[in-house]
Design a binder for this molecule. Structure first.
Ligand code: BGC
Length: 248
């Protein structure tokens, strides 16, 4: 079965039809730039452009980089325009897609669902935490394969700051940090999350997971196993489509 997946990210809105049996894209993905400011109306236009590129007419799963309730109300918008807060994302995006059935989920939750089913968390029980390092830090918490939705572990306090301001990959770029320097920050962050949740496994996602060999070996003193995500940049698209299939 195929369902369309869209990932709304800090820099791009990416999408493709997803083959749910293989957990992979069924066609090369299409990307448009995320509008700045990333307001509901213009982001919705971007989502429409991506879906229309494929002439898709079926269900669509869409990620959002903030808390999205089960009823699809957006509750937080740390890295997109604040006017998203309290919007009904399903209604807005569904209308813009000409009435196609739409499911909207948190981006890290979507990536986590894909990794647990098809990637680095496959077959893993116990407590597993996926963390995406990108514009912000996203989190997905699993207990015996079941998602606890909308955890916001990127906003834990670290040294008196919002952790994602200190340890996201955007922080690495903005402050021109070396891999060593940034890995120390990530290590402190992981130690804090480990102290609170004692997971068996951390899965490191986000674009930077492609360069995992540059920083994961530098992270010391964490008891949990640390592995890079396997679906990398496609995890959000695949997971969004999976959530849409589960909710039909
Ligand atoms: C948001 C999360 C999101 C993460 C990654 C954070 O700022 O609060 O909901 O998952 O960024 O986009």
């Amino acid at each position: 079965m195929q369902i369309f997946g869209v990932d709304i990210g800090g820099s791009g809105i990416k999408g493709a039809p997803v083959d749910l049996d293989r957990g992979d894209l069924a066609a090369d993905r299409h990307k448009v730039l995320t509008p700045r400011p990333a307001k509901p109306d213009t982001v919705a236009d971007g989502v429409r452009d991506v879906v229309e590129h494929f002439g898709w007419k079926g269900p669509v799963g869409i990620t959002f980089p903030g808390v999205v309730t089960a009823g699809s109300t957006v509750r937080t918008a740390a890295n997109v325009d604040k006017s998203w807060v309290d919007t009904d994302a399903r209604e807005l995006l569904g209308e813009r897609l000409g009435g196609l059935p739409v499911t909207v989920v948190n981006d890290a939750d979507a990536a986590g669902v894909a990794e647990i089913e098809f990637g680095a968390g496959k077959g893993r029980g116990g407590t597993v935490i996926l963390l995406t390092f990108g514009t912000g830090i996203g989190s997905a918490l699993f207990v015996d394969g079941r998602l606890v939705p909308n955890t916001e572990l990127g906003h834990l306090e670290l040294h008196g700051h919002d952790a994602e301001k200190h340890a996201s990959s955007k922080a690495k770029e903005d402050h021109d940090l070396s891999w060593e320097h940034w890995a120390r920050r990530v290590q402190k962050y992981l130690a804090h999350v480990e102290m609170l949740f004692s997971p068996e496994l951390f899965i490191i996602g986000g674009g930077v997971s492609r360069k995992a060999e540059k920083f994961v070996p530098l992270i010391k003193g964490i008891r949990a196993e640390i592995v890079p995500a396997q679906l990398q940049n496609n995890a959000g698209i695949v997971g969004a489509a999976m959530r849409a299939a589960q909710r039909r």
